[in-house]
Write a protein that binds this ligand. Sequence first.
Ligand SMILES: Cc1ncc(COP(=O)(O)O)c(C=O)c1O
Length: 358
Amino acid sequence: MSSTSFIDLRSDTVTKPTAEMRQAMFEAEVGDDVYGDDPTVLKLQDMAAKLLGKQAALFVPSGTMANLICVLNHCSQFGSEMILGDESHIHLFEQGGCSTLGRVHLRTVPTQQDGTLRIQDIEQRIRTVKDDAHFPRTKLVCLENTHNRMGGKVLTVEYIQSVGQLCQQYGIKLHMDGARLMNAAVELDVDPAVLVECCDSVSLCLSKGLAAPMGSLIAGTEEFIREARRLRKVLGGGLRQVGIVAAAGIVALTQMPKLLKLDHQHAKLLAQGLAKLPGCKIDPEKDVQTNIVFFEIDSQKIQIDASAVAQSLEVEHGILIGVSGKWKCRLLTHYMITKENVEYVLEQMKTVFEKNRI
Ligand SMILES: Cc1ncc(COP(=O)(O)O)c(C=O)c1O
């Protein structure tokens, strides 16, 4: 089986650029972006700043670099501390870059099932004693919307505002890891700018559900973005004729958000079908809000674990899924997954589960 004939549900990062993106890349006007000369990058940054309601935006190569630049920017003072969820992407999956490269102390708060951090948990961890040499200084709180590890959960405007108010009260900054912010905006039917109004910085990935081949955007004040540009350079993220990919990013921002709702419907359909399989633990209503579906295998009912289920789906049925623990699987929908694909996946999943029933 060739790789293109797999139904790939491992992530929304597997999305390939659309025909329109490839055409836009072919036709892109370019220049040296380190000199600030690339008209396509400038256009994309301008669009992003407007979309996110901030003074300025910056194109960076990846979501990881976007978050790192924002954290380093807010926490530039020696001995800074940030507060973030224990299940957040920055904490779990970005190689600890904020501490290893940025020397920023990470203070975690338990992430709730709905992706939120409890206000009282955040408040308890804010260092209020000034100038006591025992403690780092709290500079930043980070949120994630939608929340990857918590299954694509959406943070509401009201919740984000309540964290924003807390941060203001204590004079600390708020960063939003909005790798999938557009999924949240589409699901809530709110303007993304409203969602991040009280955030001092936001990162947004172009290469997940929005299907661009690479790139993320950072948005904030003009001063913040000026400093972010310096940080991007020292991290090796200053690219030259990068309008080639920014052109795809423009298509990603203009054409793809309207398709995300369908991805969410497909994820719900997938979850509803999975819930009917004996041995598959998932609550489609509670667990699935956007394009991420986690399910657990009941080891009392099914004799193979998540890796073996994934292996069987891949080898016997041409389906790729993610493994997130011994008994936990992860599936993401995206524009390359059709309703027919979802139905096929459910049929094959049923076959695998029935064959391995205890
Ligand atoms: C919530 C979240 N933030 C940041 C990232 C990092 O993005 P990248 O893989 O482009 O570095 C990811 C990637 O999956 C993510 O899910």
